[in-house]
Unconditional design. Structure first.
Length: 212
């Protein structure tokens, strides 16, 4: 991206679309550093080197910008989960665990997107594109849960949606715990991946997987 400083005015010379991207990049960095509550239009504009009014050229308000970041985050998230699931290869249980690890990896490496996705308190019915992206990401977990469910004994088989929600809750809880390293998570003797793997093992065994 090429910017040049004007004489006492906001930076000029950006090409069409670059201002929008610069504002989003700045906002993502602010969210990653301070959480979504520490992010304002004015701060994003200042970080991007433009006037406080500049964000309104591309976004209706702060929630509109958060929704766009969350939408992009869920699209990236869905793609990572799909790669991890890989159609259930090489075998469904291992692939299911890979989806959980991909969840943790995304939360760790994309803190700005992750915070916008899950901490922004965005009314997704006002942002249908965001809802679609979110549904696509959860759809990967739901599909994986359906395949895993089919391997469980029929008389003890929980609904696939329940399995998906339990796996989501476990991965999300661990990701959130380890994102607060100044607290108890910093003292835990296990990595987040090991904790998730153990949790999945106990959960699936409790659901009947591996019973004779």
């Amino acid at each position: 991206m090429s910017w040049r400083r004007g004489h006492g005015h906001e930076r000029a010379g950006y090409h069409h679309g670059n201002l929008r991207e610069a504002l989003i990049d700045s906002a993502l960095q602010l969210i990653a550093q301070h959480g979504h509550l520490g992010f304002t239009f004015a701060e994003a504009a200042r970080a991007a080197g433009v006037s406080p009014a500049a964000p309104y050229r591309h976004f209706r308000d702060r929630e509109d910008m958060l929704a766009e970041m969350a939408r992009r985050g869920f699209e990236l998230f869905a793609a990572e989960l799909e790669r991890a699931w890989d159609g259930g290869r090489p075998e469904p249980i291992g692939a299911f665990e890979n989806v959980g690890r991909a969840y943790l990896h995304f939360a760790r490496t994309q803190p700005g997107y992750y915070a916008a996705m899950f901490e922004g308190a965005i009314a997704d019915h006002d942002h249908p594109d965001l809802r679609l992206a979110s549904d696509r990401a959860f759809g990967v977990l739901r599909q994986a849960a359906e395949v895993v469910q089919a391997k469980l004994p029929k008389d003890t088989r929980p609904p696939a949606l329940m399995i998906a929600l339990h796996a989501w809750s476990m991965a999300h809880g661990i990701a959130t715990l380890f994102s607060r390293r100044q607290g108890a998570a910093g003292k835990l003797p296990m990595s987040q991946e090991d904790l998730l793997e153990a949790g999945f093992l106990v959960y699936l065994q409790g659901a009947g997987l591996g019973r004779k």
